[in-house]
Design a protein around this ligand. Sequence first.
Ligand code: MSP
Length: 645
Amino acid sequence: MKKNNNLYITTPIYYVNDVAHIGHAYTTIIADMLARYGRLIGKDTYFLTGTDEHGQKIAHSAEARGKKEYADEVSGKFKTLWDDFDITYDKFIRTTDEAHKKGVQNAFEKMHKKGDIYKGSYEGFYCVSCETFFTQKQLVDEEFCPDCGKPTSIVKEESYFFKLSAYEDKLLDWYKNNPDCILPRSKKNEIVNFVEGGLRDLSISRTSFDWGVKLPASMNEPKHVMYVWLDALMNYITALGYGDDEKDMNQWPAGFHLVGKDILRFHAIYWPAFLMSLDLPLPTHIAAHGWWTRDGSKMSKSKGNVVDPKEIADAYGLDAFRYFMLREVPFGQDGDFSQKALVDRINSDLGNDLGNLLNRIIGMSGKYFDFKIDSSNVEKFHQKELDEVNVILEGAEKLIFNMQINKYLLEELWKVLTIANKAIGDYEPWVKMKEGKTEEAMALVALITNIMAKVSLLLDSVLPEKISKIASSLGISINTETYIKLIKNKELIGNTTITKIDPLFPRIEEILLDTPEVKEEKPKEKKVEIKEEVEDDNLITIDQFFETSLKIGTIVEAEEVPKSKKLLKLQVDLGEGKNRQILAGIKEFYSAVDLVGTQACVVANLKPAKLMGMISEGMLLASKDEDGLCLIRPEKPKKIGTKIS
Ligand code: MSP
């Protein structure tokens, strides 16, 4: 294969201290979709995933058990899940693989020889959960991790450093000369700003624990293990044989490193700097997606609100789950998972629009033409519709590789389905049949069949199981040859015979899994009636309750109040034309950046008060218990200013 036909796609390697949830499934599904699409259009595709098994976090999680035994078990669970999900990875790498360790050591040696690694001593703060070093200035309230909010610990040890500061200008040049090296571009700006703010050299070895890759023997430093992010990032090249047999190095550079926004900095700053040090070409795109929340709040084991992707896929179907994840949220933005939203997508997009169109093809072709389709008159009667469809489909490749998956692949493809459904209504083949215009009726049914065939090719990477059923019903094969014929060359399928199949997306009447979210939706006891029977001075009347004006607002800006341990300064839009400034004592539980764009419930008629010399014009509803504080928010986004009653 020619070098420029390669498409190397990677997911992050997942930490083995956690079970897979929908966040992990999301990254993997996007990567799988790109890989399937790449193969279909004829790219020499290589898809890598795996597990990240070293570092302090994993050592802690293994507790009394053997670390390798523990890593084997959790890594195995990830692999089984991806196999169950029919994820088409070419390699599953583990950082405990011998070949990986050897490759990382060779890379370390090379960077050292180049003069990019030096010995020093490190004194600073370390967050085990993020496996990240911070300076005191970066901490929240002098102790807490600015990324995850957990307490950091002071680390004072001998360490090797990577000369990250020497790569500042080269990185900035790379960002400048490669507009799409980080996608979406909004995320790229954040990285550029960060690097422009100045980079410090990076501590890349640790001596206080031993669960990591040892430094190369030539360094003669038996006490040092490598920093887990150096070890982990190198997986993208060691998987190809770097520093070992070099077997698949012709796949390098990566076309897409898919990552979540929380780990973009490691991929967009450290990783290209390491690669420059190794004299290797840089990846084409580092694409960062947003975070999934559940019912508006971050998923965590302690909250018990983690969505198990297997449970959802088993209940609703794997394809429907894939479609939902890819369609629901524009790439880069955060999304909220709810079964209700999933059911709506299944019933409307998949059942009504896609599934019904196939049913109509089966129905019409069966009733009028004994399931035989002849495309020879489609151009004669329907050139206009064909042109419209082809123009839309032509843009697929570009949009997909710009990571505008939800916009194009899904919104645009659905426009094509609408063209097909509309054509049936406009040309009424049943009337044509009555009038004896069989040729015209056939042209229409063949047009719809051809549209369905073209859409199927472009939906195969999203709905592989269902599309293979549609393809066999239409009598077509989903492969590169058909792709070139129908999409690239805009040809038609010719003659075919339709096979009847059962409905692909039967209607779902209600959500299928009984989860906490469901319990909340069940009607509560009738409290009002009880209230009327009780006389109690502590109770208030309904009128008294309504004296408090509660409204939904969107937090449009958030920043920390300097010198305050508790306060964040928020600008909240309540739809009043001017934002309200609210000082909220939630800094220990929320980071400012995570709040922007989210909604909250606001006490809107509170007398303004002054806190630390600043005016606060309202209050957010929150609830605090021994697990911490959480904001009370609407279950789904509501119009700004909506009254709460
Ligand atoms: N081990 C590192 C990655 C090293 S790559 C050289 C790591 N692992 S992780 O298991 O914590 O996270 C892996 C991926 O899952 C990240 O891309 C992260 O963004 C993603 N997600 C974890 N929780 C998520 C959500 N709730 N929503 C969306 N994705 C999130 O980081």
